[in-house]
Design a protein around this ligand. Structure first.
Ligand SMILES: Cc1cc2nc3c(=O)[nH]c(=O)nc-3n(C[C@H](O)[C@H](O)[C@H](O)COP(=O)(O)OP(=O)(O)OC[C@H]3O[C@@H](n4cnc5c(N)ncnc54)[C@H](O)[C@@H]3O)c2cc1C
Length: 466
């Protein structure tokens, strides 16, 4: 490997975000020298690994923290994943996306009213979604509606789809993108290098673009996109970018129970805590098990189970009065304070199962402490950004760029679902910067059509909705 290897675009990180972008650049642009650099020896070893996340395709129908406009935006990116996978040969597709029932469950009068109201305003955007009364819920998920054959005591109602693609193995998806690039390299006469066990140590701007110093020598590229999870912010700050941000890594753990659900059961979110509500998921990899979670624990590390990333966390934390202010603003909210404490206790052996069983009983009322076990080795880290200037915690994905051919992606939940949407944005930015051509009709055919046609004019999908 030598610095004379001069790529058009170099991507750092072979999770689902980096591999999706590599695939889109290779498939839809005329850029012919592409490179992906990953520090581990295979794709999707960190947050995109099947053990690390909840395996849900978030398309906006069951996420009560989304407005209708946001759901419209999210739906387009979510269906890019489904449209991509649905065109693959059955054997490959069946390892990536999974059909199963999915529902948003309301428990108690207030939540049931909210679910019914939400159904009325969202049903046009999601025509396959149904209002599920008690009997319908029992038909799909008996353990949610019934206890020992009798109706559970609480009032319940749900919205959902009885049988649609709603689960995904992001690891298998990333592997598929990577394989597709190997195929494209052979057939499209492009150089698409995928370098594993190669750690990026430093990125420097040069006259012609960027010099990327790696553990196996230097590489050069005209443009660089960093898709390295929490490490993206570290690399941005080392280049003097994104200094207005700090990072709050939120670890998510899971609990296993014997198969209790046929699909995915989400609950109503607390408006103060988007994406914090516990859900139950039929695991797509661990057969015969239902996964409940995730929990949310602040951990001082950029990568779960990687102690070396503790030091790196303190570099990006850049603790000062503004960071303290944002954390204090969160801590002042009673719901958030209680949530932080509860989630701390979920990690305390013995006590954790007892406490978490209570949460699970909202979904499966007959669940006992003896039924559940802490899912050792499962769960990842959501690198949430703290915006110091705006004095707030930023939820969802974020991009840092100075418009000079370098982009840094931060991808907390639901960053897996938005891999191709994020890749589309980066592809357009980079193609514009390098003067490359995009094959729009191929892009539409492959990603916006197939299982569902989402070719709405992009103008109605306003970024404000985010
Ligand atoms: C508990 C939990 C539940 C979640 N549930 C969902 C869900 O249901 N649905 C959903 O859509 N999303 C979910 N997410 C979010 C989703 O998992 C992530 O958004 C997604 O996996 C991010 O992918 P990525 O490729 O950006 O990052 P990663 O998969 O973390 O990949 C980053 C890659 O960069 C590499 N890297 C880092 N530093 C370097 C370096 N210096 N040199 C070379 N390589 C480097 C890493 O090794 C890694 O392979 C969840 C996340 C968590 C933690």
């Amino acid at each position: 490997m030598s610095a004379s290897t001069h790529y058009d675009v170099l991507i750092v990180g072979a999770g689902v975000t980096g591999t999706a972008l590599l695939y889109e650049l290779a498939k839809f642009t005329d850029l012919s020298r592409l490179c992906l650099v990953e520090k581990y020896d295979s794709v999707a070893s960190v947050n995109s690994h099947a053990h690390s996340n909840s395996q849900t395709i978030h398309c906006g129908d069951i996420e009560t923290n989304y407005t209708l406009d946001k759901a419209r935006l999210v739906k387009r990116t979510a269906y890019m994943v489904i449209n991509y996978a649905a065109k693959l040969p059955a054997r490959e597709r069946e390892r990536i996306i999974f059909r199963m029932p999915k529902m948003l469950l309301g428990v108690g009068k207030d939540e049931c009213d909210l679910v019914r109201r939400r159904y009325e305003s969202f049903k046009e955007l999601f025509p396959r979604m149904q209002l599920l009364e008690r009997q319908d819920i029992a038909d799909l998920e008996p353990n949610v509606a019934l206890v020992d054959g009798a109706w559970r005591k609480d009032e319940i109602v749900a919205t959902g789809t009885p049988d649609d693609y709603c689960a995904v193995d992001f690891q298998a998806l990333a592997e598929s993108f990577s394989r597709e690039c190997v195929r494209l390299e052979r057939s499209a006469n492009k150089q698409i290098s995928q370098l594993f066990s190669t750690k990026v140590d430093r990125i420097r701007r040069t006259d012609g673009g960027y010099l990327v110093e790696t553990s196996r020598g230097p590489l050069q590229a005209r443009a660089v996109v960093v898709c390295a999870g929490g490490h993206s912010l570290l690399m941005a700050q080392e280049m003097g970018l994104g200094l207005e941000y700090s990072c709050l890594p939120v670890a998510g753990s899971f609990y296993f129970a014997p198969e209790a659900l046929n699909g995915k059961v989400y609950t109503v979110q607390n408006t103060n805590l988007p994406f914090a509500a516990v859900h139950g998921d039929h695991d797509v990899k661990e057969r015969g098990k239902t996964r409940f979670g995730p929990t949310a624990l602040m951990l001082p590390m950029l990568e779960r189970r990687n102690p070396a990333s503790i030091k790196e966390f303190f570099k990006v934390l850049r603790f000062d009065r503004q960071v303290a202010g944002v954390l204090w603003d969160q801590f002042k909210v009673r719901d958030i304070r209680q949530y932080i404490l509860r989630n701390f206790l979920y990690e305390v052996p013995h006590l954790n199962r007892r406490l978490f069983a209570k949460e699970i009983r909202k979904i499966v009322p007959s669940m006992t402490v003896e039924d559940i076990s802490y899912a050792e080795g499962f769960g990842g880290i959501r690198p949430q950004l703290i915006d110091k200037a705006a004095r707030k915690l930023r939820l969802g994905e974020a991009k840092i760029s100075d418009g000079q051919g370098i982009i840094f992606n931060m991808t907390p939940s639901p960053g897996g679902t938005s891999c191709l949407g994020s890749g589309e944005n980066d592809m357009r930015t980079i193609a514009g910067y390098l003067g490359a051509r995009i094959d729009e009709s191929a892009f539409e055919r492959e990603l916006l059509m197939g299982h569902e046609d989402t070719r709405a004019p992009k103008s109605i999908l306003t970024e404000d909705a985010a």
